[in-house]
Design a protein around this ligand. Structure first.
Ligand code: AMP
Ligand code: ZN
Length: 127
């Protein structure tokens, strides 16, 4: 019965859940040429390939989580870490004082195109 065949596309890397074919998993694992502006055990930061503003960074957990909809209470420390990392990057790239936007697009109707959780840091219009 074909209906009972499942393809397993997920695996772990150092205890972190990854998804085969996911561009942000590949970037987080440094399997692409994308320059990481910051990385630690839990997350990476890199420039958006198609920036919507003078500063447009993506703060991306190493763990493959599809979207905000898939978060659980266990993920609270990770979400906090994404936000604090965004604030630190805002200092780093000089938009802390002028201000910036932090944005999660959620699923297709919310404008999400890459289904691996990420936080947009957008700003730099005023210098
Ligand atoms: P979202 O619409 O919230 O899913 O945002 C996905 C973002 O990822 C878009 O702003 C894209 O420009 C960006 N993006 C997609 N592929 C890459 C990539 N390879 N490197 C950097 N940014 C990317
Ligand atoms: Zn992923």
């Amino acid at each position: 019965m074909l209906g009972n065949i499942f393809l397993t596309l997920s695996y772990t890397n150092g205890g972190i859940f990854m998804e085969t074919g996911c561009i942000f998993c590949s970037i987080a694992q440094e399997k692409t040429a994308t320059e990481l502006l910051y990385k630690n055990h839990n997350l990476v930061v890199f420039k958006d390939i198609k920036p919507h503003a003078p500063v447009h960074l993506l703060i991306v957990p190493k763990q493959h989580i599809r979207s905000i909809n898939d978060l659980t209470a266990d993920d609270l420390p990770l979400v906090s870490e994404l936000i604090v990392a965004a604030k630190n990057m805002a200092i780093e790239v000089g938009v802390k004082e002028t201000g910036y936007k932090l944005l999660f697009n959620v699923e297709r109707g919310g404008g999400q195109m890459v289904f691996h959780l990420h936080l947009h840091l957008i700003g730099g219009w005023i210098r």
